[in-house]
Ligand binder design. Structure first.
Ligand SMILES: *Cc1c(COP(=O)(O)O)cnc(C)c1O
Length: 450
């Protein structure tokens, strides 16, 4: 028997707030049946849990990370701007949350897609004449990660970049969704190899993931490049999942352009959140902006997203309560000082490492990362980026994530949110490490030997 229980506060929103509760009416059990129950414990994890793999964990856990006891550890691997305490969020953001808590208005269930008022606040924040948004076009989620999960789950098989954020693959593989990888081009500031991407499209392709600005590259696409991406999508009738969590988190002088306003036809789910730009990843607030001006997604995709959101019943309500104030009252100086810091640290790291023999850093334009290429032929002691970064820990107590974690060997990623003095010290140690292991023109000297 099933009872429908109507909850307070979840009124009329897409059926949210309506819960089905199973109630056992007959508790009498036939004793003969008990014998047929399992005789032994046999608890096994589900197939889905077994197929859920975080490549970063898989690689890092397989590494022997024993720092040099004479040097304090410097971790340049953690993509969390809050860990060193040097980049606190703005006071106004904290104040907004305190007020939301004190109001006692946000202790109950919200609609699973978020409070209407909070959705409208996000819509107003991102709406522009070329890509207008209303509250109904916003779905709030538990972090950008859940926003991406909802979008992938509703759209299905997709393409993602290499190097690219590992969550895309983790989510898809666990759901049995096939992933194809298109290449980014380091020599073109990590633009997409559009020819390669288009060559992979087939009749099963249902979604293209574009991450701009990029983790792990720190790159930002030009308007022209984004228009070219949209042409490919438009020509092949493929919707786009735009991961724009680093939107507007670009260096002074770089002009971030989000994807949706550049297109009048390609349907786009743009995912974002508070984590990076507002420096509060632990608050787990993200969103999907549904851009669908020609009604191509139509009601089916929107309903799909609503249904999927009902599995979790939406993100934390007090953060939702604070959202309008966070978006509208964070002072511009806060954003500016964050990106000024990221730019300055990136420049320190880039200029230090670009004069190190055997390394090729690629200067970023935003986000919080630098990718550094390793000329492996000059470091014959190491098989690959994993061994290289492992030994960097052993000798210099500096940990950088090997880019094999992003399906892109022979690079490593540096996080630039660390305090400046740590960045400088880390670069000195990386230089020392490379000087010790670099073998000049190994190919030529090998020829001479012969
Ligand atoms: C950090 C990050 C996310 C996840 O953000 P959360 O809001 O913390 O879930 C998504 N995409 C990219 C590219 C990221 O770097």
């Amino acid at each position: 028997m099933s009872l429908v229980v109507k909850m307070n506060g979840g009124q009329n929103m897409n059926g949210n707030g309506v819960h089905h509760v199973s109630v056992r009416t007959h508790l009498s059990v036939n004793p003969a049946k008990l014998k047929s129950l399992r005789q032994r414990w046999n608890v096994k994890p589900s197939e889905m849990s077994k197929k859920t793999l975080n490549p970063i964990r898989a690689i890092v856990d397989g590494m022997t990370l024993t720092p040099n006891p004479e040097k304090p550890m410097i971790a340049l691997s953690i993509g969390d701007p809050s860990v060193f305490g040097n980049l606190p969020t703005d006071d106004s953001v904290l104040q907004a949350l305190k007020e939301a808590i004190d109001s006692q208005k946000y202790n109950g269930y919200a609609p699973s897609v978020g409070y209407q008022k909070s959705r409208e606040a996000v819509a107003n924040f991102y709406s522009c004449p070329e890509a207008p948004l209303e509250g109904k076009d916003v779905i709030l989620a538990s972090g950008c990660s859940q926003a991406i999960e909802l979008a992938i789950t509703v759209l299905g098989q997709y393409f993602s970049p290499t190097p690219g954020f590992s969550l895309y693959k983790t989510l898809a593989v666990s759901m049995g969704i096939q992933v194809k990888h298109y290449n980014l081009l380091p020599e073109k500031s990590w633009e997409i190899d559009l020819q390669h991407m288009e060559s992979l499209i087939d009749d099963k392709t249902t979604c293209l993931i574009v991450n701009n600005p990029s983790n792990p590259c720190g790159s930002m696409f030009s308007k022209e490049h984004q228009q070219n991406i949209l042409s490919v999508a438009s020509r092949n009738c493929i919707p786009i999942l735009a991961d724009e969590i680093y939107g507007d988190m670009v260096f002074p002088g770089c002009d971030f352009q989000s994807l949706a306003p550049l297109s009048s036809d390609v349907p786009i789910l743009s995912c974002g959140g508070l984590a990076k730009r507002w420096l509060v990843p632990g608050w787990r607030m993200g969103w999907i902006l549904i851009h669908d001006r020609n009604d191509i997604f139509g009601s089916e995709i929107r309903e799909g997203l609503v249904k999927l959101s009902q599995r979790i019943l939406g993100p934390c309500t007090v953060i939702q309560g604070a959202l309008e104030s966070i978006l509208n009252h964070t002072p511009p100086e806060f954003y500016q000082s964050t990106v000024n810091f990221l730019k300055s640290n990136s420049e320190i790291c880039f200029s230090e490492l670009s004069t190190v023999s055997g390394l090729n850093p690629v200067m970023p334009s935003g986000a919080m990362y630098i990718m550094v290429g390793i000329e492996m032929e000059h470091f014959p002691e190491f098989q690959n980026d994993v061994e290289f970064t492992e030994r960097l820990v052993t000798e210099q107590s500096v940990f950088c994530l090997p880019a094999t974690a992003f399906e892109y060997p022979d690079f490593f990623r540096i996080v630039v949110t660390v305090p400046e003095e740590m960045m400088i010290e880390a670069c000195i140690r990386i230089r020392e490490f490379c000087a010790r292991h670099y073998r000049p023109r190994s190919q030529d000297s090998h020829d001479l030997d012969q």
